[in-house]
Design a protein around this ligand. Structure first.
Ligand code: ADP
Ligand code: ASP
Ligand code: MG
Length: 371
């Protein structure tokens, strides 16, 4: 018998028939005698709808209430999944972050998990009850509900898996593993058997949302056995492990892209002090920095003077394409590239928005074409 954390993403619990299907996946583990702890995201689209609702009264909602609202989709999904399990005569109870408890630190909307208490989870398991835990949320030191960044249920799953020393943390999603590029964009992307923690962190920090970056960081730090697989089809999926292939083999892992960033071009070399609270979400480069579009209003209002400075230019109409692995592509070879960001593990290109997906395909063909 093994102990598993099973995490289901929004598409896996998008409708009540999907939740019923997920209950079937959980039932298979139970029938085999395994210990199971479930973490769930909100039903697909729910979080976006909640975000829209927060805009009804103001363009910049109070952070505390914003997080209280947008974390609520997970409550519904966890409750429904517990109902589906009980209707199959499998004892299950939903647990919110309050009830576990899961504590967090840092800022609203981008908090980091500091602790998951294992006591209640073990108590329920010993009584034969499956805990169905809400992902994406935690409780701050002052008792507020905070969210941990979009896609954050992945991080909840990894933190829970670490807290209970699970044998494996399985991330069920709508693709059957991690690919050399987003398989919805590159039709002949190749599925990877295994990706190292470092490669995965680099891929997701440049936009591959199949795993939230923080989740793999937690898995790496605590050596959580992590696997990405589909809740829609059978198959082993992709293992995320400790190996560091590309560093030793000059290996290219994959191509990531991000359409959710805006660029600030500035001649100023030193970090603008007002931006320090945003350091974790900003990517600096020689010509300025990149930041997430949802943070644009907040970032602009924190540095009002900056926006009047003639040295500064903001561009919303960009995308990034990143080759993860060790390579250097000559800028002359590619058209429409505004900037190249070289890091130890990757080379990222800032391109006009419309050029993003064509460039993903072009670079994928260059590195992964079988012909
Ligand atoms: P969930 O709702 O299950 O958390 P997400 O939408 O967050 O699912 O992540 C799954 C999606 O990640 C896939 O549908 C796919 O389009 C996208 N994706 C981006 N890059 C990759 C990649 N390299 N490999 C697999 N999927 C990727
Ligand atoms: N429901 C949250 C989101 O849409 C968290 C998650 O899906 O993991 O970002
Ligand atoms: Mg996700």
């Amino acid at each position: 018998m093994s102990l598993y954390v099973l995490k289901f993403g929004g598409s896996s619990v998008a409708t009540t028939p999907r939740i019923e299907h997920v209950a079937g996946i959980i039932a298979d583990f139970v029938e085999k005698g395994h210990g199971v702890v479930v973490v769930t995201s909100a039903m697909q689209g729910a979080t976006n709808r909640l975000i829209e609702l927060t805009k009804a009264f103001t363009d910049s909602p109070i952070s505390r209430e914003y997080d209280a609202i947008i974390s609520s989709g997970e409550h519904v999904a966890a409750g429904l999944l517990a109902l589906a399990l009980n209707s199959r005569a499998i004892s299950a109870k939903s647990l919110t972050a309050w009830q576990v408890p899961i504590t967090v630190s840092g800022t609203y909307s981008d908090a980091s998990i500091s602790q998951v208490s294992a006591d209640k989870i073990f108590e329920m398991l010993s009584q034969g009850i499956i805990p169905v835990i809400t992902g994406f949320q935690g409780i701050s030191a002052n008792g507020d509900v905070c969210t941990i960044g979009r896609g954050g249920s992945d991080a909840t799953a990894c933190a829970v898996a670490n807290a209970i020393h699970a044998d494996e943390c399985l991330i069920y999603t709508d693709v059957d593993g991690v690919y050399t590029a987003d398989p919805r964009v590159v039709l002949d992307a190749q599925k990877l058997e295994e990706v190292s923690y470092n490669d995965m962190i680099e891929l997701s920090s440049w936009g591959a949302k199949v795993l939230q970056t923080k989740s793999t960081q937690i898995a790496k730090e605590y050596n959580v056995n992590l696997r990405v697989l589909s809740s829609f089809s059978e198959g082993y999926g992709t293992r995320i492990t400790n190996n560091t292939k590309y560093i030793t083999n000059n290996h290219i892992v994959g191509i990531a892209y991000n359409l959710d960033l805006f660029a600030v071009y500035t001649s100023k070399k030193e970090i603008i002090p007002e931006l320090e609270p945003y350091t974790a979400m900003i990517k600096p480069f020689s010509g300025g920095f990149l930041a997430p579009k949802p943070m644009q209003a907040e970032i602009q209002s924190s540095v009002p003077l900056m926006m009047n400075n003639l040295d500064i230019n903001i561009d919303n109409n960009i995308g990034t394409v990143t080759v993860v692995g060790q390579t250097k592509i000559d800028k002359a070879y590619l058209h429409d590239i505004e900037y190249i960001i070289d890091t130890e593990y990757s080379q990222a290109f800032i391109v006009p928005f419309q050029q993003t997906l064509p460039l993903v395909n072009k670079l994928h063909e260059m590195f992964f074409s079988k012909n």
